[in-house]
Design a protein around this ligand. Structure first.
Ligand code: UT7
Length: 333
């Protein structure tokens, strides 16, 4: 028997219709298109306007898109993981509800939260399940309704984040394509610089805290920026070195879309040509757990069987790392 590797065999995505442009933000907080574009690369982001709909709505839509595009029977799905920092509720899991709604009635399900690295870590878990031989397939969804924890009076955060979801299917591969290697790290001393604090078990949400907007995400941008640049680039270098990859043998960099300057810095550290750097931050902003699958979805038609793809992410926690995948198929879509 040949070794089992874990390959991505299908992709789907969903972003809400409402487009929050830089021009609209100019009317909401003291900011301007020039500042946002030059500091972040973001032009617009999608927002799920309906308060009655949460992250599961995005996750369900992305999964349904994958299922429809690939003519799949959802009853065949064995595991559903929703990577998210904004679950519908504290318990029960968003993944359980998502799986039932898409008809994945034979799957077991759970959520994973590692902030902006949730999907990157999720890839590691999904790949391990497949490589172990215990499961034939895993549906990994990265979804976040960031607008549910963003304060639209805080210009330091509201210009960055957007809502969206992407889904990928991992399946067994016998040609050594798919997941090859990972370098994942965490440093809990970083949590002071990026957090959505109140409402958690250590930080009770009181009427006074609500009054102060304590339920919203807080970020000390400069510190996070510095750590993101060095950590993501270091992780990418490490993955290249230990897999004997060079700037010529890497076909794609799919980096967490937090800031165009961070993506560029990571690409520059590995000396990668701009054409190989996936980018859609201008359209969606930072969708947290959804950035990586939204990239794969946008670039699916350009990816070729055997392409070497490096994924990298950095986020709250701090959590970060890089993974290396050999793409497994030529797209029919
Ligand atoms: O996804 C999870 C990981 N997150 C990240 O990786 C995000 C990392 N951080 C960043 O991307 C950047 O730090 C930001 C985009 C958040 C901010 O960019 P920056 O270049 O680090 O700006 P800054 O915070 O150092 O602020 C520079 C100036 C300040 O004014 P003074 O003190 O120089 O007078 C800010 O008050 O820009 C001001 N400023 C703004 N001006 C216009 C901050 N936000 C805005 C704004 N519009 N929206």
């Amino acid at each position: 028997m040949s070794k089992i590797s874990a390959a991505i065999t299908a992709v789907g995505a969903y972003v809400p219709e409402y487009i929050l442009t830089n021009q609209i933000l100019e009317t909401m907080v003291d900011t301007n298109d020039e500042w946002i574009t030059s500091r972040t690369g973001i032009k617009e982001r999608r927002i799920l306007k309906d308060d009655g709909k949460g992250t599961s709505y995005l996750a369900i839509k992305a999964a349904q898109n994958l299922i429809k595009k690939n003519n799949m029977n959802p009853k065949d799905i064995e595991v559903v993981i929703v990577a998210t920092a904004t679950p519908d509720m504290k318990a029960a899991s968003t993944a359980s509800f998502t799986a039932s709604e898409i008809g994945a009635v034979n799957a077991f399900t759970f959520d994973m939260d590692a902030a902006c690295s949730s999907f990157l870590y999720g890839m590691s878990v999904a790949a391990s399940y497949i490589e172990s031989g215990r499961y034939k397939n895993v549906l990994l969804i990265g979804a976040d309704k960031m607008s549910s924890i963003v304060n639209y009076k805080d210009r330091a955060t509201c210009i960055i984040f957007g809502d969206g979801a992407g889904a990928v299917l991992f399946e067994a591969n016998h040609e050594n394509l798919g997941f090859q290697d990972e370098y994942l790290r965490s440093d809990g001393t970083g949590r002071a610089y990026l957090q959505a604090t109140y409402g958690g078990s250590s930080f009770k949400l009181t009427p006074e805290i609500l009054e102060q907007g304590g339920q919203y995400a807080f970020q000390e941008g400069r510190t996070v920026f510095k750590n993101a640049v060095s950590s993501m680039a270091d992780a990418a270098v490490k993955i290249l070195e230990r897999n004997n990859l060079t700037k010529d043998s890497v076909d794609w960099l799919a980096a967490h879309q937090a800031n165009k300057r961070i993506i560029d810095a990571t690409a520059n550290r590995i000396d990668l040509h701009q054409d190989k750097v996936m980018c859609n931050i201008h359209k969606y902003g930072n969708t947290t757990s959804a950035t990586l699958p939204l990239l794969i979805n946008d670039y699916e038609s350009q990816l070729k069987k055997g392409d070497n793809v490096i994924f990298a992410a950095f986020g709250g926690g701090f959590n970060w790392g890089a993974t290396y995948l050999k793409w497994a198929y030529n797209s029919k879509h």
